[in-house]
Design a protein around this ligand. Structure first.
Ligand code: DP6
Length: 324
């Protein structure tokens, strides 16, 4: 009753920002992401009759507290689905540098769902696996697939139609992402808490929601035709709209630091010099830069030269969940 799975993290080009149902994680809008090759989690799950509770080891550390509870509650869902009351030993290794500002929860829950369901003997389709993964962390449901994936919010309140679908595989288009790691990263509002406060209090939230369908239609067209300008423009604008909602929240907040803004301005300035680059930012200060392979050198050099930038990590499109 043991299985090991590997899943990559993803970067949202159309953001998931808001829940309509918190316990089972149903979003207020569809979102779309690119899975990245450089950042992944490998997880082994072994169910064992002799255990009286789950044990979770992450990067060789025994995990307790909130992080443990989130993993154990997720395994409860798997146990219920399988109809088996067995505890597991979970061993995870993260190749997601937290410094780069990628959420390890996306690759983490995707790998956990894949390894956990396989170990307990559930043969799930990718659709079923994505739907289950969603309940661990919303953005994780998109990491079941490589390349571009869209999380369909669904209409049903039981969540049965809320899961990601593949839009285009990693091989479709070699689009690159540079993660700009900032030197100072102050403590942040978690994405979970940030989106909750925004949904409950920001008068800009409705405007954000109203703008999503058009963004999705246009970006999918751009992806299909490998139209970098179209994809970049929509991704950047969508990111700015998401971050604008946090300024309208009560109390207001922002994920941006001074260097975040400096990097954003640099990207926009590079475009005036005919270097096609665009940015997106998740629930943190680090900027992710979209570019095409032929511009890698100039993008890396320019970003590295900025003060307040600690590191640049380059990434290509990555694959979906695999079993080892
Ligand atoms: C800004 O998936 O981390 O990265 O569902 O509460 O676990 P929970 O939230 P999470 O939120 C990700 C928010 C985001 C945008 C995105 O990835 O779409």
């Amino acid at each position: 009753m043991k299985a090991t799975a590997k899943a990559h993290t993803n970067i949202a080009l159309i953001k998931y920002w808001g829940k309509r149902n918190e316990p089972i994680i149903l979003p207020t809008n569809n979102s779309l992401s690119l899975t990245l090759d450089g950042y992944f989690t490998t997880t082994s799950v072994e169910f064992d009759e002799t255990l009286t509770k789950d044990q979770f080891i992450l990067d060789e550390q025994v995990i307790t507290g909130e992080q443990y509870e989130r993993v154990a509650s997720f395994l409860d869902i798997i146990r219920k689905l399988a109809g088996k009351q067995l505890y597991a030993s979970i061993t995870s290794k993260n190749e997601v540098p937290t410094a780069a500002g990628f959420a390890s929860s996306a690759s983490g829950f995707a790998a956990l769902a894949a390894a956990g369901t396989k170990a307990i003997g559930l043969g799930l389709s990718n659709m079923e696996l994505s739907r289950l993964t969603r309940q661990g962390s919303g953005s994780a449901c998109r990491s079941i697939y490589g390349g571009f994936a869209e999380w369909q919010m669904g209409k049903k309140e039981d969540g049965s139609d809320s899961y990601a679908i593949p839009i285009a595989p990693a091989e479709h288009w070699d689009i690159r992402v540079a993660a700009v790691v900032l030197s100072s990263t102050k403590k942040k509002v978690s994405s979970r808490a940030g989106m909750k406060r925004t949904v409950e209090t920001s008068p800009f939230f409705q405007g954000w929601l109203d703008s999503i369908p058009q963004d999705l239609t246009t970006i999918k067209e751009g992806i299909r035709h490998r139209d970098f300008q179209k994809v970049g423009e929509i991704a950047e604008a969508n990111c700015l709209k998401m971050h604008a909602t946090t300024l309208g929240a009560n109390p207001p907040f922002t994920y941006w630091h001074d260097t975040t803004i400096a990097v954003m301005q640099k990207i926009q300035e590079m475009r005036t010099q005919n270097i096609p680059v665009y940015f997106t930012i998740d629930a943190g200060p680090n900027v992710k830069v979209l570019y095409l392979p032929e511009y890698e050198k100039i993008v890396e050099e320019t970003l590295r030269s900025l003060s307040g930038v600690a590191d640049i990590r380059l990434s290509k499109p990555g694959q979906g969940v695999t079993y080892l």
